[in-house]
Design a protein around this ligand. Structure first.
Ligand code: FAD
Length: 404
């Protein structure tokens, strides 16, 4: 498709990319701009549900949807390809199978795992990063159970699942494991006591930065379901079958090792010559890349400053979705010669699932929620996003409608 209209290229169909594209189709008339959305896969997935897929508590097809089912393809040109590099000074994007020119660029390429140089972590640990990487974890765990049950592997330690990092993702993941492991034990006739779920964290607490009461609740809930914590424990190395930890280099053994301890912006940004600070890009208040007036960087690729604390907001789906609105407004303003707006984050709270009917978090002005109420609120948050993206039909098709 070639035209004389200004061309907006959106890279990545995650929360930021999908919502920006959706909003652009709503805010712009067809003759105002050509819109192109580039993504590695022909489907969009809910990154916030990947821990459930990885543990085996949610079906892979529940997590994803065809992009063409939710984006108006009469308005948007969908390109199913992998971005390799952004030639930022030439307004071109290099793809694995071609290239694209742009007048305006939106980068929503998400995160990659950050291993902080821990020896062996990159090679030996799984990560919850995409549908494919999460499906691999689920299959690997079940394979360990099947091997043990069949007598092919008699080493009980290979049943252990060790998880590095007790931040949001690590805690949500061990919560799902606490629900799934008893089911796998039943399926493969294995005594539950033989399987250990061990969460290792260098900080002195799980969920650093969370409210103390919520942390306490989460820890008790998970320990009650036999999750073991090794808090204040530094991982020195990741071997194929163990974390090596602490001053005495103790080995914590397991047949499945998952690293959830850190994320950074997609490395394409750094490779393309954009300045990266502590793993991500510091963007201007209007979400543009410093020095590049036609380029917006959103979601997990960007640090957006919280003026009140003088620290960046933690990257979340919530902020990525809100950034999409500002980005679409600002592109419309650039096209029409209007004023650009500043991004203002409206924090609606955070709820973490702890597996099954267990959850905790805060909503609105810090109101604390626990247990089934928190779990129900988590479903409301997830279904709200689906509603914004694809209306009631998408909620009915992909939403979490059943009580836990
Ligand atoms: C397990 C887990 C649970 C989470 N839970 C929550 C939660 O409860 N609440 C919350 O607010 N946040 C949560 N988060 C954080 C949240 O998921 C991220 O902040 C959010 O996904 C960021 O959105 P994004 O659009 O920047 O990136 P993503 O949603 O990750 O999307 C990036 C997109 O880019 C595509 N892509 C990547 N590389 C390329 C390439 N080279 N070429 C083409 N396409 C490419 C990917 O396929 C993907 O479609 C969670 C994260 C994880 C991992």
């Amino acid at each position: 498709m070639t035209s004389n209209k200004p061309k907006i290229v959106v890279l990545g169909a995650g929360y930021a990319g999908m919502m920006t594209t959706k909003r652009l189709t709503q805010k712009l008339e067809a003759e105002e701009a050509e819109i192109v959305l580039v993504n590695k896969h022909n489907y969009h997935y809910q990154t916030t549900w990947l821990h459930e897929l990885a543990a085996g508590t949610l079906d892979p097809n529940k997590v994803r949807m065809l992009i063409s089912d939710v984006i108006d393809t009469s308005r948007v040109d969908l390109v199913h390809d992998t971005v390799v590099e952004i030639k930022k000074d030439e307004n071109r994007v290099i793809l694995e199978n071609g290239e694209l020119e742009y007048d305006y660029l939106v980068v929503g390429l998400g995160f990659e795992k950050a291993t902080f140089g821990i020896k062996g972590m990159e090679e030996n640990a799984f990560s919850i990063q995409s549908v494919d990487s999460s499906r691999l974890i689920r299959e690997h765990i079940e394979y360990q159970f099947a091997r043990y049950s069949s007598g092919e592997d008699t080493n009980e330690e290979n049943l252990n699942i060790i998880v590095g990092g007790a931040g949001f993702t690590g805690i949500e993941f061990v919560g799902e494991l606490a629900e799934q492991v008893p089911k796998l034990c039943k399926k493969y006739d294995i005594d539950r006591k033989k399987v250990r779920i061990i969460n290792v964290e260098a900080a002195p607490t799980i969920l650093p930065g969370f409210d103390e009461d919520l942390v306490d609740y989460a820890r008790k809930s998970l320990e009650f379901r036999d999750v073991e914590f090794r808090i204040g424990t530094k991982i020195n190395e990741c071997k194929p079958d163990a974390f090596v930890v602490g001053d005495d280099n103790e080995e914590i053994k397991g047949g499945t090792i998952v690293w959830t301890g850190g994320v950074q912006a997609n490395s394409i940004l750094g490779k393309s010559g954009f300045e990266i600070f502590k793993g991500k890009m510091n963007v201007n208040t209007d979400l543009r890349a410093p020095g590049y007036e036609n380029t917006f960087v959103l979601g997990d690729c960007a640090w957006v400053m919280n003026k009140e604390t003088d620290r960046p907001y933690p990257p979340t789906a919530q902020i990525a979705i809100q950034e999409a609105d500002t980005c679409a407004n600002n592109i419309a303003a650039l096209l029409r010669g209007g004023e650009l707006e500043e991004f203002v984050f409206d924090n609606k709270g955070t709820v973490a699932s702890l597996g099954g009917s267990h959850a905790m978090g805060t909503i609105f002005e810090g109101k604390k929620l626990y247990g089934k109420t928190a779990r129900a609120m988590k479903n409301v948050i997830d279904n709200r996003y689906l509603f914004m993206l694809g209306g009631p039909n998408l909620v009915l098709k992909k939403g979490k409608l059943r009580p836990f």
